[in-house]
Design a protein around this ligand. Structure first.
Ligand code: FDA
Length: 507
């Protein structure tokens, strides 16, 4: 199909000559362009008529299509965005303020599980729900330590770190990567041996989009017990929430590593009074009676009782964490549902806490949250396996933290004013937390993408700009990432608003 856009026409000719598959290339005038683009937009903020759109979308069906896309796009020198599951919180996989291409990997979604050697090959375009389902089909005593939202894509999640509710027992998703395949800037398909240990290291937490197109990963599976326990307990500000959150800081990151207790803190209105609700949502890799007696000793402020707990299989616990009810009745195939083109408006930010917040600090935080009104916080405990992994074992450096904070605000109806108000609330709360969180640099989680901490205009100041967000996401590992980037993609073809810059050329 010809389009008035000469860049599209040049690309299409090259891609068609190489692949004979012009149907996988979409110009803005193609009738399917909009549905292909919107299918994996996961934040409604970037699904408006004024959102910038790619000049060309490519939906490869094979590795050779990916190679051809890179080879044909390179001479055109457009920004080249790569999207797997589209969950980037600031939409960086499918928006840009410069003219851009978008490579959508959602068709490269194969997952093959091998129980004999306890590994799985998981393609970039697969979702975590598909990975969990395919493991469940083959084994009830194997699992994989990754995120709790089933529609998150493998490509972004694993290249950026990846954690879930088994992080204290097993660490991050990237701690289980054995092999990977990538298409490099020259269009070559490389496995771990061919790409070498430096590039392999970079794509296990340093963000794939700076180095090439990740095609997939070979993962080690982890053992899970036949019975696990989940529970949820909530308290309000006027009835124990402050004490519960304060004590949680000593227990959550230190307790038995089979136990992951997430803390959700949300401003709410209860009986017409503005207050704060604190909710512990937990997974215990074991039986209910054991976690009840453990927490009676370690965390009486929680008041956990047997009737708060539900025992189930690990796979059912993944459904429960996805807020499904009656998980014993539910068809496991719901995890194959990709829920296309569905999203609300939202913003996320992140922080890390190294030393406990004082009790009066928690009280003042609650008051601030009530004053602001909408932004919630999620505290995710570390400890356990996390502290046993060296800070430079993967690009993810935040191993010795007590817990991670996610700032979270969602809304349903939007206008520029509404959006500005909520984005500002998130910034104000982030600023309020400065005295309680990590410093020099203030750390942030790469997979909780946040353009507020700095963006790269890819001009003469690219290195300096990159160092700002790069040190927050990767700490000292930033230097090694820059060296690898400079070696594998010196022309900076793979770039985005928060990519790893190349080393500045000495004058
Ligand atoms: P998307 O396709 O948007 O890509 C994200 C980034 O990775 C982009 O910069 C993109 O260019 C790059 N990229 C994607 N595929 C690539 C590829 N094949 N090769 C090279 N680069 C590629 N995180 C977490 O650790 N634990 C959790 O529990 C959750 N939960 C969660 C829930 C929800 C609802 C959302 C929206 C997000 C999360 N996350 C999360 C964050 C999530 O891990 C993060 O957004 C991932 O990058 C998403 O990966 P996708 O492939 O879906 O995103």
């Amino acid at each position: 199909q010809q389009s008035p856009n000469p860049v599209y026409n040049t690309f299409l000719k090259c891609f068609s000559d190489k692949t004979k598959s012009p149907q996988n290339v979409f110009s803005q005038t193609n009738p399917s362009f909009s549905s292909v683009l919107r299918a994996y937009i996961r934040n409604a903020r970037f699904n408006t008529s004024s959102t910038t759109k790619p000049t060309v979308i490519i939906t490869p069906r094979s590795y050779s299509h990916v190679s051809a896309a890179v080879i044909c796009a390179k001479p055109l020198n457009f920004v080249f965005k790569i999207r797997s599951g589209g969950h980037d919180y600031d939409g960086l996989s499918y928006i840009s303020d410069k003219p851009f291409f978008m490579l959508d990997l959602s068709h490269l979604r194969g997952v093959s599980v091998n129980i004999a050697d306890e590994t799985a090959w998981i393609s970039a375009g697969a979702t975590l729900g598909e990975v969990y389902y395919k493991i469940w089909e083959k084994s009830k005593i194997h699992g994989f330590p990754a995120g709790v939202c089933p529609t998150v894509g493998v490509g972004g999640h694993l290249s950026g770190g990846g954690y879930g509710n088994m992080v204290r027992k097993f660490g991050l998703s990237v701690d289980y990567i054995d092999d990977a395949k990538i298409v490099d800037v020259n269009g070559r398909v490389l496995d771990r041996k061919a790409m070498g240990e430096d590039l392999f290291w970079a794509i296990t937490g340093g963000g794939g989009g700076s180095y090439g197109v990740v095609l997939g990963y070979k993962m080690k599976l982890v053992p899970v017990p036949e019975t696990v326990t989940v529970f949820r307990v909530e308290q309000y500000m006027d009835s124990g929430a402050v004490d519960m959150v304060y004590k949680w800081q000593s227990v959550g990151p230190k307790t038995d590593r089979n136990l992951f207790m997430r803390m959700l803190i949300q401003p709410v209105t209860r009986k017409k009074v503005k207050t704060v609700r604190a909710t512990v949502v937990a997974l215990f890799l074991g039986e209910a009676k054991d976690v009840v007696s453990l927490l009676a000793k370690e965390f009486p402020e929680l008041g956990l009782k047997k009737e708060n707990c539900s025992e189930m299989t690990w796979f059912q616990s993944a459904l429960w964490w996805d807020n499904r009810v009656n998980v014993t009745q539910i068809d496991p195939k719901v995890f194959l549902d990709r829920n296309l083109d569905k999203s609300s408006f939202g913003k996320r930010k992140s922080d890390y806490v190294v030393t406990k917040m004082p009790r009066d600090g928690i009280e003042s935080l609650f008051k601030k949250m009530i004053e602001l009104g909408k932004v919630g916080l999620v505290f995710n405990p570390y400890g356990g396996k996390m502290v046993e992994v060296a800070e430079d074992a993967t690009p993810f450096p935040h191993r010795n933290m007590l817990f991670k904070i996610q700032y979270s605000v969602n809304w349903k109806e939007s206008s520029p004013e509404i959006e500005k108000g909520y984005l500002n609330q998130a910034k104000v709360l982030h600023s309020f937390m400065t005295r309680f969180v990590s410093k020099n640099p203030r750390s942030a989680y790469f997979n909780y993408r946040d353009v507020d901490i700095g963006v790269n205009d890819q001009g003469a100041k690219s290195y300096e700009e990159g160092e700002v967000y790069g040190r927050m996401y990767f700490g000292k590992n930033f230097d090694r990432l820059v060296k690898i980037k400079t070696a594998v993609d010196p022309g900076n073809f793979f770039r985005n608003e928060q990519s790893i810059p190349t080393l500045p050329i000495a004058k």
